[in-house]
Design a protein around this ligand. Structure first.
Ligand code: SF4
Length: 317
């Protein structure tokens, strides 16, 4: 049973689910880990959107952030390394009535899961994807990841990494049929919340790149990013991420950007001097593969067997 408890900021007359309905066991991430902030924001989003916990699924791969489904009182699938996308695609393809979220880390998505990631972007199946990028393999205690910047010292590159990193936003924007790409940081909860809300509202594959603190293994990086406002620049547009005035004013640098302009989005993603936060690109008309799968969902068992036989008969010689 779900009921009203505490921490309600929405109209309680219409609220069926409260924050506690989405909470499970206490998260086992390190103190100060950015994953905690994302979890809190997602639970709030679920509550504010009144998502039925029985019709909400969190799918993850392997890594620190991929423990996420264990902390949500919804359905979840903590699966194989790099394989969150195919699992989530299958779920949404056959159960379009479910809200599907994907949790993946920089190692999980950009290394072992890179092939699945690229094709998931192209298939544009409706799901909200959060890529937690802390530039390290945290769960296995500090190895250089595909997104680690040049010079990163770790167990695998003790003298400093030498290969330029993959930039997840840049890469996603390069895939055909891309439909939603945004970037946020875990240490600005209102910006992160607004970004995740916009991503959830988008019908298609919403890709949110989250710069995530790992104080355990990337303390210097965290210190630099969170204390200096000079590196961050807020993307501004009436069709971008809607922010309250106080959150918008917390930024020092701003850039006007129309999120329908993919060429400029790619240009901004390549900028090495600034980290742009907000909506890079949105195409509400991109082809969605899940819409094709929904055609035969009402079939009975007999109709399914008949359809299967019909298809198999095409191969008869
Ligand atoms: Fe978070 Fe890093 Fe600890 Fe993993 S190792 S839980 S990413 S702080």
């Amino acid at each position: 049973m779900y009921g009203l408890k505490s921490d309600i900021t929405i109209d309680t007359h219409d609220a069926l689910y409260c924050l506690e309905d989405y909470e499970k066991q206490a998260a086992k991430w390190c103190p100060g880990c950015g994953d905690h902030a994302v979890l809190t924001n997602i639970q709030k989003l679920c509550r504010d959107e009144q998502l039925d916990p029985a019709k909400t699924v969190f799918v993850s791969g392997i890594g620190c952030s991929s423990r996420f489904p264990h902390y949500m009182n919804t359905f979840g699938f903590h699966g194989l390394h790099g394989r969150a996308f195919p699992v989530a695609s299958g779920i949404k393809y056959r159960r379009p009535d479910l809200s599907v979220f994907v949790i993946t880390g920089d190692g999980d998505c950009c290394s072992i899961g890179a092939g699945a990631w690229i094709h998931a972007v192209r298939y544009n199946i409706d799901m909200t994807v959060m890529l937690f990028n802390n530039e390290t393999y945290g769960l296995t205690k500090n190895q250089t990841s595909p997104t680690s910047r040049v010079g990163t010292h770790s167990n695998t590159t003790p003298h400093g990494s030498v290969i330029p990193p993959i930039h997840p936003v840049q890469t996603t924007l390069g895939v055909s049929n891309v439909s939603f790409v945004a970037q946020t940081v875990d240490w600005n909860p209102p910006h992160m919340y607004a970004t995740l809300k916009a991503a959830h509202e988008h019908k298609g594959f919403s890709f949110v790149h989250i710069l995530q603190r790992c104080p355990k293994f990337q303390a210097n990086l965290v210190e630099k990013l969170t204390t200096s406002k000079d590196d961050l620049c807020l993307l501004n547009h009436e069709n971008g991420i809607t922010l309250d005035e106080a959150t918008a004013k917390s930024f020092k640098h701003f850039e006007d950007h129309d999120p329908t302009d993919i060429n400029r989005a790619r240009m901004l993603a390549e900028d090495k001097d600034k980290i742009y936060l907000g909506l890079f690109y949105q195409n509400k008309n991109a082809v969605r593969y899940d819409q094709y799968g929904a055609a035969n969902l009402g079939f009975t068992v007999d109709e399914k067997i008949e359809a299967l036989n019909r298809e198999l008969d095409k191969f008869a010689v």
